[in-house]
Design a binder for this molecule. Structure first.
Ligand code: OXD
Ligand code: MN
Length: 591
């Protein structure tokens, strides 16, 4: 018996619309999880992996045309197009319900509807938000068990009148023509149809925790950000926390799970992972910014993950992990490109076809065994570096915020903004160059403010304003930095070793937060004196280090021209503070 009348009513509406044969409420127990897993194995929806070598692990393959978030089919459904802003796809709520309704109508006939009550954030924390996802996919249920807190304990917290996000997902034949990811912020509602890919269907993640939450955060005066949170513990036991935003494919998960490099071992740092993708942050009565990771697991990219790039992730995925679209080896373990092992002699690729290394497709391209966006879904608690604060209702105090991009030139390894307002400008103008792995022209600059371009649930100009306003609520705001691990020399080689060595930059950042080192003032912000970046144990000449911090005014002049176009799309809604920062930067350069 559901005591929450509105929830009961809404579920009945979903049943009436989708017409499932059966309805199952997810109670959050291990026995229910196991029985669903067994059922999904029996239908082939998932494959049980080698339980001796990988206990509790399974594999799933998505449809061939359903391997990534579909930004072109993702809509923010606000009353007017203006409310969604110039960077979002827009649909009116009326049209969304009509189009979605047509797809969902009768779409679960002969199928089971699962109802998943879930909490983003520790149950009962003032930060947390509750959602209820209705879905006809067991794969979704099993992922939600890992990525969020699910079941009766959430219902109990919801009580009879608690607020919740209504999340309806249906596979609808996994038909790309019937695929739509719809957000109706005013109704606290998400409708996702026609997809089975995590980013489109694990509705607690990008849809709730970023798009809907960012809308709510602006109304309620907090922030929902596409950021990792990590803690750095010094030998004296003090831990400082950093939140960092990077566009996809910049190594966010690796940074969140960083292992101190050999050269810095003597210093005795420990790194704690609070989150790798999403941060919810508020101003507290101490005037500081506090943040939580609302998630409960990691949904990470497999290719490129190995013991060198991310040993902690490799250890995390040894058990109880759902793999999606990786290669299946004959011994029922898994493999992906740039992992730890050489390619197996044969296997079943992500498409479900027999595979051997070196096979090529009709166009002469090498056939990958694992899809480049193949994933692991793993419990956060299995990560060796997981912070005990993940479960803390109050979250962690944030000392520094980092924005980062992938720039071959222009942006130095690290610089510090002059103020919160300048830092917001730095985040708002963040960009990455496309790599060979992405669509579009290689080297083309994609502006991705705060790495939120695909995830902001309302007008991005107003989102900038929320950032500005947050600064006013903080008497001790975090300092804001920009980093670029990807700067190249004239030969196109990376100047900075990256990965664990990035701790050397984080060390400087924390020293700046604690006023332990001075810095060099430049037009774009403060940059380190070269001797303040610890190079113990790495081969990096002073010349290379100099190149990493070069500020080329010609490049910046081009950048500022390009930016003018980008910022102009926001028209009068662009906060005057951002305009002022743009003019001030131009003036500092003397342009
Ligand atoms: C993700 C992304 O999947 O940002 O986390 O694309
Ligand atoms: Mn992400």
């Amino acid at each position: 018996m559901i005591k929450h009348k509105l929830l009961d009513l809404w579920v009945k509406e979903c049943v009436k619309l989708c017409k499932p044969d059966k309805v199952v409420w997810i109670d959050g127990t291990e026995s229910m999880r196991k029985s669903l897993e067994k059922q999904a194995c029996s239908t082939g929806e998932i494959v049980k992996l080698n339980q001796k070598k990988m206990p509790g692990c399974v594999l799933h393959r998505t449809a061939l045309n359903d391997v990534a978030r579909t930004e072109n089919l993702t809509f923010i459904c606000t009353p007017t197009k203006k409310d969604a802003g110039p960077t979002n796809n827009w649909m009116s709520p009326k049209e969304a319900y009509k189009k979605g309704g047509e797809i969902f109508a009768g779409s679960m006939k002969g199928r089971t509807m699962y109802i998943i009550p879930f909490s983003m954030g520790p149950i009962g924390s003032p930060f947390s938000k509750i959602g209820v996802e209705v879905t006809d996919s067991i794969y979704v249920v099993l992922n939600m068990y890992i990525m969020t807190r699910v079941g009766n304990k959430v219902l109990k917290q919801l009580g009879e009148k608690g607020k919740f996000t209504k999340c309806l997902h249906g596979k609808a034949g996994l038909d790309i023509k019937r695929r739509l990811i719809l957000h109706i912020p005013k109704d606290n509602t998400i409708w996702s149809a026609g997809s089975g890919y995590g980013g489109n269907v694990l509705l607690g993640k990008k849809c709730l925790a970023l798009r809907i939450a960012s809308y709510q955060a602006q109304k309620e005066g907090w922030m929902a950000e596409h950021m990792l949170i990590l803690g750095i513990e010094e030998p004296n036991g003090r831990i400082e926390y950093i939140a960092a935003a990077f566009p996809s494919a910049c190594g966010k998960t690796n940074l969140a799970m960083l292992i101190p490099p050999k050269g810095l071992e003597k210093k005795g740092y420990k790194v704690w992972t609070v989150g790798d993708d999403i941060a919810w942050m508020r101003a507290d009565s101490d005037g500081k910014l506090w943040g939580i990771n609302p998630e409960w697991g990691f949904f990470g990219v497999a290719p490129g993950t190995n013991s060198k790039t991310n040993l902690n992730a490799m250890k995390t995925v040894r058990k109880n992990t759902i793999f999606t679209n990786v290669l299946l080896k004959p011994d029922k373990t898994v493999w992906w490109e740039d992992g730890d092992e050489p390619p197996p002699k044969e296997g079943i690729d992500w498409r479900g076809s027999p595979w051997r290394p070196g096979m090529i497709d009709d166009g002469g391209n090498i056939l990958k065994g694992a899809h480049p966006n193949s994933r692991f879904t793993a419990p956060a608690m299995q990560c060796p570096s997981i912070s005990y604060r993940l479960e803390q209702h109050h979250g962690v105090p944030i000392s520094a915020i980092i924005f980062g991009g992938r720039r071959a030139h222009l942006a130095p390894l690290v610089y510090e903004s002059f103020s919160w307002q300048h830092g917001v400008y730095v985040g708002a103008t963040m960009a990455s160059e496309r790599t060979a792995a992405q669509y579009g022209k290689q080297g083309e600059v994609r502006r991705d403010p705060m790495a939120m371009l695909p995830f902001c649930g309302y007008d991005m100009a107003k989102y900038f304003k929320n950032w500005i306003d947050m600064g006013r609520k903080l008497s001790s705001p975090p300092k804001i930095f920009h980093v670029n691990w990807f700067r190249q020399d004239k030969k196109g080689e990376f100047l900075w070793p990256g990965y664990g060595e990035n701790l050397r930059v984080l060390e400087w950042i924390l020293k700046r937060c604690n006023n332990d080192v001075k810095a060099h003032k430049t037009p774009i912000g403060y940059v380190p004196y070269l001797e303040d970046i610890d190079r113990t144990g790495i081969k990096l000449s002073k010349d290379k280090l100099k190149d990493l911090f070069l500020i080329d005014s010609k490049e910046w002049s081009r950048e500022l021209k390009d930016l003018e176009k980008f910022l102009s799309q926001f028209g009068n809604n662009l906060p005057k503070e951002i305009k002022r920062e743009y003019s001030a930067l131009k003036k500092r350069f003397g342009f």
